[in-house]
Design a protein around this ligand. Structure first.
Ligand SMILES: [Zn+2]
Length: 203
């Protein structure tokens, strides 16, 4: 249950969630997290729903998709509390505990997520003129722990900015990431596709 709807989190919702989590084709839990930008749900309610769903992700051994907006410190703190000693730095051999979806923070924040065992997913706003801090974070983050995503219909990348986003436009985000990392588009395609398969256990 997304943070925007977390006021509706209840025992009944959780029972449905538990049923869904047992399905063999369910590969992740999310988006879950905290949104201190929109604040569509009260903070206390968002914190409770996020904590409970993190506990379920951990219990079921599923990666979580993190929605974190203007809430970096609180997300880090809750993930640390719930995962304890399982919140270990990423390594090539280790499965991530989750992925920071539509990451929009700075290099230090990306590094902090990697320290917790999270991967980082880049969306269309990586191409926006004002996203210098994000681009710096992308330069500093090892491609081995990166994904690209559409977040369609939102966040259409340049040169489609302002239009309805389409999955095909993820190419522009991948191209920007390739430019920032100094590698070919094919390399970004290969690594991020393999990462997505690994994260969602599609291999
Ligand atoms: Zn989101």
């Amino acid at each position: 249950m997304h943070p925007h709807e977390s006021a509706q989190y209840s025992n009944e919702v959780e029972a449905k969630l538990l049923d869904a989590l047992k399905h063999p084709r369910v590969t992740a839990l999310g988006e879950i997290g905290l949104d201190w930008f929109r604040n569509y749900a009260p903070r206390e309610v968002q914190l409770q729903a996020f904590r409970r769903q993190l506990e379920l992700a951990r219990e079921y051994g599923l990666p979580f998709l993190l929605h974190c907006r203007e809430a970096h410190e609180d997300c880090v703190q809750l993930i640390r509390e719930v995962y304890g000693s399982d919140a270990e730095p990423v390594t090539p051999a280790r499965m991530p505990i989750g992925v920071a979806h539509c990451f929009s923070g700075n290099a230090a924040q990306a590094a902090e997520f990697l320290e917790l065992g999270l991967w980082v997913s880049w969306a269309g706003h990586l191409t926006f003129p004002k996203s210098d801090e994000m681009r710096e974070a992308a330069r500093a983050t090892d491609l081995a722990y990166c994904l690209v995503e559409t977040d369609a219909p939102f966040l259409a990348p340049v040169p489609h900015r302002g239009k309805r986003n389409e999955p095909a436009y993820v190419m522009e985000t991948a191209a920007k990431l390739a430019e920032l990392k100094g590698v070919s588009l094919e390399e970004v395609d290969r690594v991020t596709s393999a990462n997505a398969k690994r994260l969602f256990r599609l291999d």
